[in-house]
Design a protein around this ligand. Structure first.
Ligand SMILES: [Zn+2]
Length: 263
């Protein structure tokens, strides 16, 4: 689940009214976070995201784990979410919930890549990570999940896998958001001005700093409150995500990431 921590007070007051709710570990009772279910739209994951994935492929954005997760996600529900909630993946029902602003008013389908905000694209990568871990990674003994599991055990005093699960979602989305944002800057320009962007040290530093941004996982207490971890996601996990989830497709090297052959 992706939430905005800046507006945490609202969500805490919302949740703590229901102290005796049954909390299913690693599962979200999404009805609490939905503001308006009336105008909800439900689609199959393929119907919702096939076109978007094609567009992402054209921009060399990693999509392998999105594609592999599609068949496991039962449906995607688009509703009016609470303002501080971006998306939810329910591990019990296998339903993903996203904001209704993903839907284009003119086509009734998920907006095209250029009409989605960078935050929305990021939310897709975040929620799909949860779906991928739930359905595929956790059932394997891949380097991705072995590193995830050993780090989750050693980094935190309790709730390790819940906290680390969110930290992985946050880092994957951060890296993809950074890349897609820069790609859109390059894409709008001709070859000569793309060269100028590549020579720009300031831009290069901004791009690289995305890989060092602070990432803190979080978990839900038994009362349903969200608590941030104080452990900044270690480099070992960042590299694990870049290599084994994003398939090394988002280079830390600015010139390589936006080489001319990508346009
Ligand atoms: Zn999450």
């Amino acid at each position: 689940m992706k939430i905005k921590f800046l507006k945490l007070n609202l969500i805490i007051s919302l949740i703590s009214t229901n102290v005796f709710a049954t909390i299913v570990e690693n599962n979200i009772e999404e009805s609490r976070y939905i503001q308006n279910n009336v105008s909800s739209r439900v689609m199959s994951s393929t119907q919702a995201f096939s076109k978007l994935i094609e567009e992402l492929d054209k921009q060399s954005v990693p999509t392998r784990y999105l594609k592999q997760s599609l068949p496991y996600i039962k449906s995607i529900k688009f509703v009016t979410l609470q303002p501080n909630v971006y998306g939810i993946y329910n591990t019990l029902t296998k339903v993903m919930t996203l904001g209704e602003d993903f839907i284009s008013a003119s086509t009734g389908q998920v907006k095209t890549l250029s009409n989605l905000t960078f935050d929305q694209v990021a939310s897709v990568y975040h929620e799909f990570w949860h779906a991928y871990r739930d359905n595929i990674a956790s059932k394997s003994r891949s380097p991705l999940i072995l590193t995830f599991a050993s780090q989750a055990r050693s980094l935190y005093r309790s709730k390790g896998s819940n906290i680390h699960d969110e930290a992985y979602g946050l880092y994957a989305e951060e890296i993809v958001k950074n890349y897609v944002h820069f790609y859109s800057l390059f894409e709008k320009r001709n070859m000569d001005s793309r060269k100028k962007l590549r020579d720009n040290i300031k831009l290069s530093n901004i791009y690289k700093s995305g890989f060092n941004s602070e990432i803190f996982g979080y978990y839900r207490t038994w009362r349903g409150q969200f608590k941030n971890s104080t452990v900044n996601l270690p480099s070992r996990d960042r590299l694990n995500i870049e290599k084994n989830l994003l398939d090394s497709k988002v280079s830390r090297n600015y010139l390589e990431a936006f080489a001319e052959n990508k346009f």
